[in-house]
Design a protein around this ligand. Structure first.
Ligand code: ADP
Length: 651
């Protein structure tokens, strides 16, 4: 009999080494994959750095070209394009004054060294002023100024009216003074005290109306004055403009909205006038947070300049460049000298290409950074592929490990079952052998037992020998079945007579233990084709189990019935029953139920395996129906014999 040996240690070692062999290269490949991924990332980052740097160069060149185009236009004296934007102005600065185009955009102008003095002829008013100050003859002085006010020279006319109004005020004739100021306001292109005569006249009229308490008139005049002030009507220097503005705001009673870019343009013009030493240049000034670009060139007798506010710079220079940057997957920003970003969003992070103004000659620092969405397609797809391959590899390793662990578990379980089997078989042998030994010793006793006792002993010996024989035979049979070397006869058998014979034989043993075995036979014909000895063994095993697992019950029922094309042999007991989860496992070799172990019921765990083997070999099946505590019914279903069933004598 091939008694399986338990070698629990060997499968575990084998499986562990296979696991290690599988896991080590798996881990190595994963490590390599991770290295590859990080190298790939580094390479991508390096390529991106290179692309960023080259983009910064391209953008700087493009911006240089845009600025140079504007400079060319300036050099060509083409001032008209400057008007196309809301916040631009072209200037020509000469000692004689400032020419601005389009007019009205500069609220104030630089004060030029030559100034505006010299328009007035002091001699024209000498007579009037002598009468006014020396003789204190105000009416004569007024008449003298009135006479001068008809001069053809607008400067003299304006100067005379200003003085007449002054004398009239001194004389307590404010209405007449107001009229003189109105007249003076109508003198065009005249200057008094270095300022536009009409501006001086209108401002003074407002002031007088205010002093006289004629607030409604003052308010309406002041509104007109303020509108002209903000419309850039007069070429005022910054100090005068701001003083006039403050006064007008006070008269009107609310602050005026001066666009910051307009103040910034004025400031840029002042800066230009204050730096007469440079022949040509480009500069960005960010006074009051508003960037103004300044391009200038010296021309005969002066400086020609172009001043562009933020709108102009954005539309003409920045946005075309930002579009180019976006097309390459980058963002661009321009910052002024103090590193404050003036165009574009502030860029953060270390991945920024910088072009400083001393490198490019441009008046900004250019910053180029990633736009956050850009990813090199080829790198991404390669990485996806690599990740997929790694995932696949991990899955293979994991499933390999899972199957190996599972088979290891199974191997260990089988090994444990085999160990149990060996000890169970040893026990099975020991019991009859011990009783044989005892009876032989009794019979060998010097004092021979009486005849009746001797007969009892011999019978007990015979039962022990029979039990041993059955055990050895079943083990041998099991070994042959396992090896596939058990031949089965195929001859028609009456299942009812087989059941009857086996039951009667078995009853002889069971009766001694107090069992009653009831045999129920169906009326119908129950012939099957098979091996009588094998089928008898199968039925015997079921009966043997019924006895072993009957617990307190002593009743067993055997039945043989025809069910359609099948013959059913069933053994039913009212014993311990079998838990649901055990019902499918108990037909496997060496498997023993929990109850058999806890209650110490002897057995080898091969009885039901043999039953299944024999029944399957006959084309049938074995089933169990059981309820713990209520008993079990084992049914063998065999195909009923038919005329055309093959018959053999030795299987
Ligand atoms: P064993 O030698 O343990 O009886 P078997 O293969 O004959 O081996 O049976 C396997 C297991 O099935 C038993 O250990 C027992 O737990 C369970 N079993 C078999 N027959 C019965 C039965 N009639 N009633 C309760 N349990 C049974």
């Amino acid at each position: 009999m091939p008694v399986p040996q338990a070698h629990a240690g060997r499968p575990r070692r084998l499986i562990l080494s296979v696991l290690v062999l599988l896991l080590l290269p798996g881990a190595a490949v994963v490590w390599l994959g991770v290295q590859l991924l990080s190298q790939d990332r580094e390479l991508e980052a390096r390529q991106r750095d290179e692309r960023r740097e080259s983009t910064a160069d391209v953008l700087a060149a493009a911006l240089e070209q845009s600025v140079a185009t504007s400079e060319r236009r300036l050099r060509a004296g083409d001032m008209t394009w400057a008007a196309a934007y809301r916040d631009t102005v072209a200037l020509t600065l000469r000692a004689s004054g400032v020419d601005a185009y389009p007019r009205g955009r500069l609220l104030f102008q630089p004060r030029l060294p030559a100034g505006d003095a010299g328009h007035e002829d002091p001699g024209a008013f000498a007579n009037g002023e002598a009468l006014e100050y020396r003789d204190r003859n105000l009416s004569a002085a007024a008449a003298a100024f009135r006479a001068a006010a008809v001069s053809f020279d607008p400067h003299v006319r304006a100067g005379a009216l200003l003085r007449e109004a002054r004398v009239l005020r001194k004389m307590g004739r404010p209405d007449a003074a107001l009229t003189a100021y109105r007249e003076m306001a109508q003198v065009r292109a005249a200057r008094v005290l270095g300022l536009p005569a009409d501006a001086v006249a209108r401002r003074t009229r407002c002031a007088l109306l205010h002093d006289l308490g004629r607030h409604r008139e003052c308010d309406s005049e002041a509104r007109g004055f303020l509108a002209d002030l903000l419309g850039g009507t007069w070429a005022l220097d910054r100090g005068t403009f701001e003083a006039y503005l403050a006064q007008a705001e006070r008269w009107v009673g609310s602050p005026a909205a001066v666009p910051p870019w307009q103040t910034a343009l004025g400031a840029a013009a002042e800066w230009l006038a204050a730096h007469p030493d440079r022949d040509a240049g480009r500069q960005v000034l960010t006074g009051a947070g508003v960037p103004v670009a300044l391009l200038w060139q010296r021309v005969d007798g002066g400086t020609r300049a172009f001043l562009g506010g933020p709108d102009f710079q954005r539309l003409e220079w920045f946005e075309p460049m930002a579009r180019r940057a976006a097309a390459r997957g980058f963002r661009v920003a321009l910052s002024a000298a103090d590193d404050v970003v003036v165009f574009g969003d502030a860029l953060t992070g270390s991945a920024i290409a910088r072009r400083r103004s001393f490198e490019t000659g441009l008046p900004w620092t250019m910053l180029v950074g990633d736009d956050g969405t850009a990813q090199d397609g080829s790198f991404a797809s390669r990485r996806r592929l690599l990740l997929a391959a790694l995932a696949l590899l991990m899955a293979i390793v994991a499933s390999g490990a899972y199957f190996i662990t599972r088979s290891m578990g199974r191997e260990l379980a089988v090994a444990r079952l085999q160990t149990d089997f060996v000890s169970a078989v040893s026990h099975e042998f020991r019991t009859p052998l011990t009783s044989l030994q005892q009876f032989t010793a009794l019979l060998n006793d010097a004092e021979e037992p009486p005849a009746a006792k001797r007969k009892q002993f011999y019978e007990a010996q015979a039962r022990g020998v029979e039990r041993l024989r059955r055990l050895v035979e079943s083990l041998l049979d099991f070994g042959r079945m396992e090896a596939g070397a058990r031949p089965y006869r195929r001859e028609p058998l009456d299942a009812r007579s087989l059941a009857g014979r086996v039951t009667r034989e078995f009853e002889r043993e069971a009766a001694a233990l107090g069992f009653t075995i009831v045999l129920r036979e169906g009326a119908a014909d129950a012939v099957v084709t098979g091996d009588e000895e094998a089928l008898s063994r199968a039925l015997w095993n079921l009966l043997d189990n019924a006895v072993k697992y009957s617990g307190e019950s002593r009743r067993i029922e055997v039945s043989c019935e025809r069910d359609g094309s099948c013959v059913i042999l069933a053994v039913r007991d009212e014993g311990l029953g079998i838990p649901k989860d055990e019902q499918t496992k108990i037909f496997d070799k060496f498997v023993r139920g929990e109850a058999s172990r806890t209650r110490g019921i002897k057995g080898t765990g091969i009885g039901l395996a043999m039953v299944r083997h024999i029944v399957s070999a006959h084309g049938g099946s074995v089933r169990v129906r059981s309820e713990p505590g209520c008993g079990s019914t084992f049914s063998i279903g065999l195909p009923a014999w038919t005329e055309d069933a093959p018959v053999s004598s030795a299987g």
